[in-house]
Design a protein around this ligand. Structure first.
Ligand code: FMN
Length: 358
């Protein structure tokens, strides 16, 4: 095995080029992020919905408690991994996106990783924290180009790295405006990464590391992403099913039980597709049953559930999945979820991926 190089993102360097993707709600919290960072990767806390089971949440103070909970999560992950690289994943689609970015920076995150929409204003929200690296998630060169042009014009800044997440296999919300894109080879890593690397070298003329996400499981997947020009990989599903994963045991059991046939792509209230397990909740949704769950906190800036009372309350459904409610939860997962056959330790995953280098 060749040695995997370190990964430099802005002013931060992780020993290995392995990023654990942010997974909400509370699937990647401080425990998982801290474990990944202490093993030499980039550990990512998902900022979404942290208030949901916080002792200070009283049903009315969701956004304030999110800030408190996020600061606590960053501190806990830091204590777990002194000197490690801790990122916070903030989704553009959230109502309190700007507040979450500021709170994460204030709490001492090393980088902000942002998808589920194009993070056009991210540099503005992080402007008082120049050492915090800013990393957009995209699924096409066109999206990267839009962000780079806007950031250059308004803020004189370029991304410190770019995550290319392919809708063909990633878990959670997918970078696709239409359902057809989810199976379109034009959005595969093989197609997008070489073009993006070329665009960054020829047009932007900057050394911006590209990180491949979606369907990365083993060392062969990492080597193949590197052969396309990636400088790092981001992995979600495999890290969710670890001892250190912050979800309930019943969430992880759903992964262990999953087969390829259980994976579906549905339209989320955000207005973009998402990949998840087919469970009783998803079956009811596909059949057209309308939910009657109350809105938790108007957490999305554009929510089809709140606006049209179609779809469902995604915050409620994701919290139910986190606690392991198989009947009512939305269990996001990547297309390779059937590869989860045991609950692993984060350190064992690193050992397997690194071979002699570990
Ligand atoms: C349970 C779950 C929740 C996720 N939640 C988020 C999220 O909150 N924000 C985000 O940007 N990506 C989210 N993702 C995407 C992951 O960060 C990651 O990029 C993706 O899952 C990579 O594909 P893989 O699962 O095949 O490794 C989620 C993925 C999963 C499996």
């Amino acid at each position: 095995m060749n040695r995997l190089p370190e990964l430099k993102i802005g002013k931060h360097v992780s020993r290995y080029p392995i990023v654990q993707g942010g997974m909400g709600v509370k699937i990647s919290g401080p425990k998982l992020a801290g474990a990944v960072a202490s093993n030499g990767g980039v550990g990512t806390i998902a900022s979404v919905g942290l208030a949901c089971d916080h002792p200070q949440f009283n049903g009315k103070n969701y956004f304030n408690v999110n800030e408190i909970a996020l600061a606590e999560a960053v501190k806990t992950a830091r204590d777990e991994a002194p000197g490690g690289v801790i990122a916070v994943n903030c989704m553009v689609a959230l109502t309190d996106y700007d507040r979450q970015v500021r709170s994460a920076c204030e709490a001492g995150a090393d980088m902000i990783v942002s998808g589920a929409g194009l993070p056009m204003k991210l540099p503005e929200y992080a402007k008082d924290y120049p050492d915090v690296a800013l990393v957009p998630i995209v699924s096409s060169v066109k999206a990267a180009d839009l962000i780079i042009r806007k950031w250059g014009k308004l803020y004189g800044r370029i991304p410190d790295a770019i995550v290319v997440e392919t809708p063909l296999s990633a878990g959670g919300h997918l970078g696709a405006t239409k359902m057809e894109h989810v199976s379109d080879p034009a959005f595969s890593l093989e197609s997008v990464i070489p073009d993006l690397v070329k665009y960054l070298a020829d047009v932007v003329k900057a050394d911006v590391p590209v990180i491949a996400a979606g369907g990365i499981w083993d060392r062969a997947d990492i080597d193949s992403a590197f052969s396309l020009g990636a400088k790092g990989v981001q992995m979600g599903t495999r890290f969710a099913c670890t001892e250190e994963g912050d979800s309930s045991m019943r969430f992880k059991q759903a992964y262990l039980d999953a087969t390829d046939d259980d994976v579906v792509v549905i339209m989320s209230p955000v207005g973009i597709p998402g990949r998840a397990l087919r469970n009783p909740f998803v079956a009811r949704y596909i059949k057209g049953d309308v939910e009657s769950r109350p809105c938790l906190a108007a957490c999305l800036s554009h929510c089809t559930y709140l606006r049209e009372h179609t779809t469902f309350c995604i915050a409620g459904a994701l919290v139910d999945a986190y606690t392991g409610d198989w009947e009512n939860g939305l269990f996001f997962c990547g297309s390779n979820v059937s590869k989860c056959t045991k609950i692993e330790r984060v350190s064992d995953i690193f050992k397997e991926l690194l071979g002699d280098q570990a």
